[in-house]
Write a new protein. Structure first.
Length: 392
């Protein structure tokens, strides 16, 4: 699908989505971003775009000498990891509830944490260096050091999940979605508040779009904490994946695993685009450089895609991070019932209670349509369908 261009006040907006299908609130946000003097070239908008705090979810924003914390999001480093196993559908038991229960026992969900540190040298070799750097983070988070340690290797809630999936050949995959947990949220909220108070941000159309400027102490402090939180999120998924794979090894001693695929979708990176070094924020978007493997999940009942990037320069070499919500959580809770959830997740071993009704497939856009809308950004490697879904 070719992108649609809308004229903005400072730069244009390029959408891989039908403009008529973008919520009014989200479109206003896109125009606000396009009006910022630091925004570079254009704003790239993914087909899963929807309203978020400050910046839309599903937007890719490149800036010269500036970065907006709200254009990253409060779950810094949130992203996906997937791995193909040697198991096939025939290896799985007829009843999947016990396996789901073992996964939920191994990995705390929601606000839960491990009783003691769950990470080890199988996950990374430099834990001492990583945790020592915690002491250099903003003092706001220092009281949360024990929580950060015990939440390493935990899922969280909302749209985060652990899934056992089958591809179209019957091969079993593991897929999971999580971020920097409570510690990343605290860091993000702190820096968003700092940015809102800076003099150069007082005339912005939306205070939540406040930016840090290059070569300032505030920018240096944010980038220091941001990169640590992005590393935390990456490590969190690594630990979780190992815990999931350990469960599978205990149940299927013969299992083997391919190299994992991993991708942030709420993060900042220094990149070269259109001949200039810029800071790129992807909020609900993955990097899709030429040959990059990525993961684009649907809802808990519809399946997901493994993709390979085509390196499209107009999207800043990016693609969508998922199906994207088509209605708010509150609206979903009012419109759907646990019975609706059970029907829409038929055949998936998962929670089907009122606590996760806001995650019902009907609250999300059609993942197949989202994939078709970005056929110039990625190519399909594999289509997956979950058979187990763990949620907080």
């Amino acid at each position: 699908m070719a992108a649609t261009t809308i004229t903005g006040a400072h730069v244009d907006i390029r959408l891989w989505a039908d403009p008529a299908g973008v919520e009014d609130q989200a479109m206003r946000q896109l125009h606000n971003i396009a009006a910022l003097p630091w925004t570079f070239k254009h704003v790239a908008v993914m087909p899963d775009v929807h309203y978020g705090m400050g910046a839309t979810v599903g937007s890719v924003i490149a800036m010269r000498g500036a970065v907006s914390p709200a254009a990253v999001g409060v779950d810094i480093g949130c992203g996906m990891t997937a791995v193909r196993t040697s198991l096939t559908a025939d290896d799985l038991p007829a009843t999947l509830a016990p396996l789901r229960s073992r996964l939920e026992k191994a990995i705390p969900v929601g606000f839960g944490a491990h009783k003691e540190a769950a990470f080890n040298n199988r996950d990374a070799k430099d834990w001492e260096r990583f945790w020592k750097a915690f002491d250099d983070l903003t003092p706001t988070v220092r009281a949360n050091s024990a929580k950060a340690v015990n939440q390493m290797g935990t899922l969280g809630g909302g749209n985060h999940f652990i899934e056992i999936c089958l591809d179209t050949t019957g091969q079993v995959w593991v897929m999971l979605h999580s971020g920097s947990r409570g510690i990343g949220n605290i860091l993000a909220q702190h820096h968003i508040e700092v940015a809102r108070g800076l003099a150069h941000n007082q005339a912005l159309p939306d205070p939540d779009l406040a930016v840090f400027i290059a070569d300032t102490p505030q920018m240096a402090a944010y980038r220091h904490d941001l990169y640590w939180a992005q590393d935390y999120a990456r490590r969190n998924r690594t630990v979780m994946l190992r815990l999931v794979c350990d469960v599978l090894r205990r149940n299927f001693p013969q299992v083997k695993f391919d190299d994992p695929i991993s991708a942030h979708h709420n993060y900042v990176a220094e990149e070269l685009h259109f001949g200039e070094e810029v800071l790129v924020t992807r909020k609900g978007a993955i990097r899709a450089g030429l040959g990059d493997l990525g993961i684009i999940p649907g809802s808990m009942g519809t399946g997901s895609y493994i993709v390979r990037g085509l390196g499209n320069p107009d999207s800043f070499e990016s693609a969508s991070h998922g199906a994207g919500r088509r209605m708010s959580r509150n609206k979903a809770r009012k419109q759907f019932t646990p019975e609706d959830l059970a029907e829409q997740t038929r055949g998936v071993e998962c929670r089907k209670d009122s606590g996760v009704v806001d995650e019902i497939p009907g609250a999300y856009k059609d993942i197949d349509e989202v994939i078709r809308a970005q056929d110039d950004l990625v190519e399909i490697v594999a289509k997956l369908k979950q058979v187990i879904c763990v949620k907080g």
